[in-house]
Write a protein that binds this ligand. Structure first.
Ligand SMILES: Nc1ncnc2c1ncn2[C@@H]1O[C@H](COP(=O)(O)OP(=O)(O)O)[C@@H](O)[C@H]1O
Ligand SMILES: [Mg+2]
Length: 345
C-alpha cells in the first residue's frame, strides 16, 4: 500500500488504492473558533465533527467549519494562504495537523510511503515553500509514514499523462496558487508557481463589484460559465475578466520560464489543466485559444481537461508513491501484487 496527499490552500485530499478502485478522502482546509457552551457541547457530542477543545474555546475543523460558522455567526479561518502555511494564522499548525491526520489516516505498516504535494517556489512573490514543506513532512513522519514531497505540477503529470510517457505540461489551477510543470519522460524540465488562483479571482471580482468575497465564491462555484455573454457589469462579468487575466498571466510566465535550451527541437506536447479553478465550462477552450496566440518555444498538441479535476494531485501522489514502493519491494509489478492479494483472500 501507499498513499498520495494533496495539500491545498482550500482542500486537502488523500488517495489510496483499494482493489481496482482509487479511494479519495477530502476535507476543507478551514476552521472556526467558537466559545465553549452547552449548545456547542451538545452539537459536538452528537456527531463526528472534527474538533479540538482548548480551555473555553472549541475549534471546529474541516468541512463542518462552515456550518458551525453560520450557526454561531462567526467567520471561518484558513491555515494556508497562497499555497503554503499562512504566517498570519497563529493556529495554522495544529489545525493542519488535525485535518491531515483525519484525511490520510494511520499508516497500514511502519514507513508506508506517502507522497504529499508541495508547490514550486512562486516566481511572483518572495514566499519560500521550504518551511511549509518541512512542516507537512514532519506531521507525516511523526504519524509513521515515510513521507516524500512531490511537486504539484509533476503530480498532475503522474496522474493524467501516463498515456503519454509522462511527457507534457501539467497545470494545477488551485485556490491559492497555480502550479506549472513541463516534464519530458517523467523528468521535470521546468517548474514554477504563481501566487494567484481562485482566491485571487474572487478577491479581485469582489473588490471590483463591491460584493462580499464569500458571495463571489459561491456564485463562481455555482453555475458560472466562461461564455462572455452574460452579466456585463455584474459579478459574473467581473469573474470572467479576472479569469481571463489569470490565464494570460500564467501563459506569459510559461513563455518567460521555458528556456529554449531545455526543450528539444520540434517538441510537441499535450497540456493538462486541472484543479478546482479549471472547473467552469469554457475554461479549457479559453485557455487553449490564449495559448495558441502565445509565443512559446514548443508546440502544443492539445489542451485536455480531466474528468475529476479535484482529484488529480492526490492521484498523482499515489501513482508516485506506489511506484516508489514497488521499486523498494523488488521488481514485482502492481498486477502481480494484486493477484497475490486476491489469491490470499
Ligand atoms: N465548480 C467550480 N467552479 C469554479 N471554481 C471552483 C469550483 N469548485 C471549486 N472551485 C474553486 O477551486 C478552488 C479550489 O480548488 P483546489 O484545486 O481544491 O485548490 P487548492 O488545491 O488550492 O486547495 C477554489 O478557488 C474554489 O473556489
Ligand atoms: Mg489542490
Amino acid at each position: 500500500m501507499a498513499k498520495g496527499l494533496d495539500v491545498g490552500t482550500m482542500n486537502i485530499l488523500s488517495a489510496q488504492q483499494e482493489g481496482n478502485e482509487t479511494v479519495f478522502v477530502q476535507q476543507r482546509n478551514s476552521f472556526v473558533e467558537i466559545e465553549y457552551s452547552d449548545m456547542a457541547e451538545e452539537m459536538l457530542s452528537r456527531s463526528d465533527v472534527l474538533h479540538i477543545r482548548k480551555d473555553d474555546k472549541v475549534y471546529v475543523v474541516g468541512d463542518d467549519a462552515l456550518n458551525f460558522a453560520n450557526i454561531f455567526n462567526k467567520e471561518t479561518r484558513r491555515p494556508m494562504k497562497h499555497g503554503i502555511l499562512s504566517a498570519d494564522e497563529k493556529s495554522a499548525i495544529p489545525m493542519m495537523k488535525l485535518i491531515i491526520e483525519q484525511v490520510v489516516g494511520s499508516p497500514e505498516f511502519p514507513n508506508e510511503k506517502c507522497y504529499f504535494s508541495t508547490p514550486a517556489d512562486p516566481i511572483d512573490s518572495d514566499l519560500s515553500t521550504l518551511y511549509h514543506q518541512k512542516t507537512i513532512q514532519s506531521f507525516l513522519d511523526e504519524m509513521g509514514y515515510d513521507a516524500e514531497p512531490i511537486n504539484e505540477g509533476m503530480s498532475v503529470i503522474y496522474s493524467d499523462l501516463a498515456d503519454n510517457d509522462f511527457t507534457g505540461l501539467g497545470i494545477s489551477f488551485g485556490a491559492g496558487m497555480t502550479n506549472v510543470c513541463l516534464a519530458y519522460y517523467a523528468v521535470p524540465v521546468m517548474k514554477f508557481s504563481v501566487a494567484r488562483g481562485g482566491d485571487w479571482i474572487d478577491e479581485q471580482a469582489a473588490t471590483a463589484t463591491g460584493t462580499p468575497v464569500d458571495k463571489v465564491t459561491s456564485i463562481k462555484e455555482d453555475d458560472f460559465e466562461l461564455d462572455f455573454e452574460t452579466d456585463v457589469g455584474g459579478v459574473e462579468g467581473a469573474l470572467s475578466i479576472y479569469y481571463e487575466n489569470l490565464l494570460d498571466y500564467v501563459i506569459e510566465n510559461i513563455a518567460k520560464e521555458v528556456d529554449e535550451e531545455d526543450v528539444e527541437e520540434g517538441l510537441d506536447v499535450p497540456v493538462v489543466v486541472t484543479g478546482g479553478t479549471s472547473m467552469p465550462d469554457g475554461f479549457t477552450k479559453l485557455f487553449e485559444r490564449h495559448l495558441e496566440e502565445a509565443d512559446i518555444p514548443f508546440s502544443i498538441s492539445g489542451v485536455h481537461e480531466v474528468d475529476e479535476a479535484m482529484y488529480s494531485v492526490a492521484r498523482g501522489g499515489l501513482v508516485a508513491a506506489r511506484s516508489d514502493e514497488e521499486d523498494r519491494g523488488g521488481n514485482d509489478t502492481v498486477d502481480e501484487e494484486e493477484e497475490a492479494e486476491a489469491a490470499a483472500e
